[in-house]
Design a binder for this molecule. Sequence first.
Ligand code: PLP
Length: 372
Amino acid sequence: MIYLDYQATTPVAPEVAEAMQPWIEDKFANPHSPSRWGREAAAAIEVARKQVEQAIGLSGGRLAFTGSATEALNWALKGTMEKAPQSRRRIVTVATEHAAVLDTCEWLEGQNYAVTRLPVNSGGLVDLENVRAALDETVALVAMMLVNNEIGVIQPVAEVASLAHEAGALVLCDAVQGFGRLNIPDGPDLVAVSAHKIHGPKAIGALWMRAGAEPAPFLHGGGQELGMRSGTLSPELCVGFGAAAKLATKQRETDHAHVEALWDAATAELSSGWTVNGSPDQRYKGNLNIRHEPLDAARLISDLRDIAFSLGSACASGSGRPSHVLRALGLSDREARSSIRLGFGRYTTKSELIDAVRRIDGAARAQQGLAA
Ligand code: PLP
């Protein structure tokens, strides 16, 4: 099996599995209990919290653990709007955001909040003039991702944050695909991250909140996470997240150089006829989204069973609808259905990537009746 689906999830790092092990087996105490064991687990969670905060790299805020980045994004959006003044009932977001943002915004529209969805250009990037034009004294929150999960392009989050702040709005950054891989620029008031995209465990995320910009409490109950997100924390998941964050910080330059070299190797191997989706420059290079019209991308993925790659997003694959991100770039349904995403990272070797690209390329050409 050649794994090329690093945007969907990443393999758990051996160092992370090792750090988690004692907390799964022997050290099972409830971290909120006052016993010595409980206090030991609570202390380990606080170390992990610092490690994740350091990897986010922003100051003047604090971090709450959540069950996923989806939960962090739901909390940030709903809790910010709940606290917003009556005069500010609008969210500005982007047409290419993840479903965790877009579907939550749609739900908020049903609660009588207004949502402006900004278009993107053919490279997948927002135009700052459109951002400026959408901002006024009715906007409470701007929600924008750092790196797009389907096409890898990097939005100008710092510039957008300063425009939003001038208009008196807060900024939420979905940093899931950039966290641990790139610098998170200063500016956002709220940042959502996830462990399983950085070689950590699944089902744990976090919301970083600038002091004074905390959303309303989300989960009510035992008062954990400063009374804002109740529920017993999992020491093993928190410790795993912390270990993954620490490792990502340590390995960032090496990981980055590695994905750049892999990108060069993969693109050099593709025959003519393939086009890269999304801006070639403003991007994270561990995400190669390409199309070869008129390919049936879904068929290609099911034919090449021992290579794990995807159609840009799990949501698009499940519904049979073409990706909303590729459609937002101006691609036709047919072009979107001819697109595949190859995602690679820390543990991908150059030789397996080249082998996979050759086979994908050959199968795509064969499907279209072209000579190999
Ligand atoms: N935002 C982006 C950009 C993502 O890629 C993902 C995961 O696919 C999420 C949010 C949701 O993260 P989680 O799986 O932790 O809920």
